[in-house]
Design a protein around this ligand. Structure first.
Ligand code: ZN
Length: 202
């Protein structure tokens, strides 16, 4: 059985009482004043963007929160068999054979099945989503944010590695450093079908 707990705090920005109606595992409080706070464990304001759906009228629309981890990555060394050089290297565009630069890594901020998690993380990290911004969710429900900032930072490493390991066996080793410069939330519109499968609606 799922535990339902109503947590009551005041919005640190406007003082309004915030009631999280979502399940206990949701870390976010969205306030009518347009701020979103995250339990950390005390409410802390979080930077966010809400993307406008291509088709906002569908009843099966749902927002999926993603962490956008803006990081500086330097590849110190790697060995790849078969001449397959990294997507990561092309993303960070160091030039002159030096692979070092900024990359936005997209991490689902909600728990998804492992395969879907990886699929969307890799898809958006390789092709950052482009969208117009919405002021609010426009009545569309959102999935809970239940992956903390700290977890997302660790998962960013995982995404970089699985991104590289797409052709199994070609990657021998990679050594890199990653410095996270900023983390914010991006709510991306999806369509969730009757089997809970997600399709991007951008
Ligand atoms: Zn407020």
């Amino acid at each position: 059985m799922r535990k339902l707990k109503l947590t009551r705090v005041e919005c640190p920005s406007c003082g309004h009482p915030l009631v999280s109606k979502q399940r206990e595992e949701d870390l976010l409080f969205a306030c009518d004043c347009g701020t979103i706070h995250m339990r950390d464990p005390k409410p802390k304001e979080v930077e966010f963007q809400i993307a406008r759906p291509r088709d906002a009228r569908r009843p099966d629309n749902v927002y999926v929160p993603f962490w956008r981890v803006s990081a500086h990555v330097s590849i110190l060394g790697s060995e790849v068999v078969g001449g397959y050089i990294h997507k990561l290297a092309t993303l960070i565009e160091g030039g002159g054979g030096r692979y070092s630069g900024n990359v936005d890594i997209y991490i689902p901020a909600t728990k998804l099945p492992a395969e879907e998690f990886r699929k969307w993380a890799v898809a958006f990290t390789n092709n950052p989503p482009r969208y117009a911004e919405y002021k609010d969710f426009g009545g569309i429900s959102r999935m809970p944010c239940n992956i903390s900032k700290n977890e997302a930072e660790k998962l960013a490493d995982f995404v970089i590695l699985t991104n590289e390991a797409e052709k199994p066996g070609t990657m021998q080793y990679i050594q890199y450093t990653m410095t996270v410069n900023n983390m914010s939330l991006v709510f991306l519109p999806f369509i969730r079908d009757s089997t809970a499968k997600l399709y991007i609606n951008l």
